[in-house]
Design a protein around this ligand. Structure first.
Ligand SMILES: Cc1ncc(COP(=O)(O)O)c(C=O)c1O
Length: 376
């Protein structure tokens, strides 16, 4: 790889520090020059394996050739009309494809946006519009985005919520089950009941929002008994179930949506990140009658469901079929878990190996005491 003349990571970091707001963090002091599949090269010509994938965005790798070709073809046709003003077929086709992929034996509809936080915001708007209720119950450790509503839903203060409140009212946090840290499924479901007794009557709750596998929260998997129990409470009180699949969607967990592995189908799914293999698009997919609750003009946005994003997402779906990527997600996950379990057998600091499909984590003990779980 050719070295970029005049550019060094250190010099660019100095310019970045002077020009870019401090709150935009940076994990690595590396500036990218080029990226392909799982590798990237920095401005100094150094080559890396990219384990970050732009935070769960590159399930089809950097610059998948078919995705790039689809985007180039779309660029030559038109780049923006605003779907609410002048519609285009790729948006409709993507909706048809995701409606068919989402779990649940009921008619579905979709809408598209630009970011994951926007998808979550819209799922909340749709749930409120359908139920005519305001309350939302989210879970500890959950992460739902950086807008004010999604920060309100996020169940983790530092660094996301610090200094940004107040957050919208009528949002409550129940316990997410993490057996490793002493929170059983029964404890988690009991904490929902406690909220419904102490904080808000069930008739005023619009939805539960839950990640099938908590992403930012530490790759904790929502156990199927927990989802089944939550759905029972939801059905008892006419509360909707929203799956935040912004991170778990697009094949990461071995199925297109992780909620396909749930014992019950969610009413609404928020999706984004890897959906378009590195191009910004997000969506909400769900029960048609719920999705249709907001009136015309209630949903949308200038760039929402851009033609570029739709074209890229359709190419990603095709790549998943052509290259059997769901199978690959499962086999990579199995290989990773087996290897990490072998490592854990030799390394007492590893207190847990867990995963769903290719969404795999190890948990390390913070203390020197072997096999003592990290305090939560
Ligand atoms: C589960 C989940 N929901 C929502 C979001 C927010 O998505 P975005 O950063 O695209 O707004 C994220 C991002 O990490 C996420 O992991």
């Amino acid at each position: 790889m050719q070295r970029e003349a005049h550019l060094t990571n250190a010099a660019l970091m100095a310019r970045r520090r002077a020009a870019v707001a401090r709150g935009v963090g940076q994990t690595h002091e590396i500036f990218v020059a080029r990226a392909r599949n799982a590798e990237l090269w920095d401005v100094e010509g150094k080559r890396y394996i990219d384990f970050a994938g732009g935070i769960a965005v590159l399930n089809t790798g950097h610059c998948h050739p078919e995705v790039i070709a689809a985007v180039k073809a779309q660029l030559d046709q038109y780049t923006h009309t605003c779907f609410q003003v002048l519609a285009y077929e790729p948006y409709v086709e993507l909706a048809e494809r995701l409606n068919a992929l989402a779990p649940g034996q009921f008619t579905k509809k979709s809408l598209f946006l630009s970011t994951g936080a926007e998808a979550v915001e819209n799922a909340v708007k749709i749930a409120r519009s359908h139920t005519r209720r305001g309350g939302i119950i989210a879970f500890t450790g959950g992460y739902h985005g950086r807008t004010v509503m999604t920060l309100g839903l996020t169940g983790k203060v530092a660094p996301y919520k610090s200094g940004f409140g107040p957050f919208p009212g009528e949002v409550f946090h129940a316990l997410f089950p993490t057996a490793l840290h002493g929170v059983s499924v029964a404890d988690a479901l009991a904490s929902v009941d406690t909220i419904l007794k102490n904080d808000i009557e069930p008739e005023r709750v619009a939805a539960f929002i839950v990640e099938p596998v908590q992403g930012e929260g530490g790759f904790y998997i929502a156990p199927n008994e927990f989802i089944a129990g939550l759905k029972q409470i939801a059905d008892r009180h006419g509360i909707l179930l929203i799956a935040d699949e912004v991170q778990t969607g697009a094949g990461r967990t071995g199925t297109w949506f992780a909620s396909e592995q749930w014992p019950v189908a969610p009413d609404l799914i928020a999706t984004a990140k890897s959906l378009a293999g590195g191009f910004p698009i997000a969506g909400v997919v769900g029960r048609a009658e719920v999705m249709d609750a907001p009136g015309p003009g209630g949903l949308g946005g200038t760039y929402a469901g851009s033609p570029i994003g739709c074209a890229a997402a359709l190419a990603v779906l095709k790549a998943f079929e052509d290259e059997k990527l769901l199978q690959r997600s499962r086999s990579m996950g199995e290989a990773l878990i087996a290897g990490l379990q072998r490592l854990a057998a030799r390394q007492p600091a590893i207190v847990d190996v867990r995963g769903l499909g290719a969404m795999v984590a190890i948990e390390l003990a913070r203390t020197a005491t072997p096999n003592s779980p990290m305090p939560s």
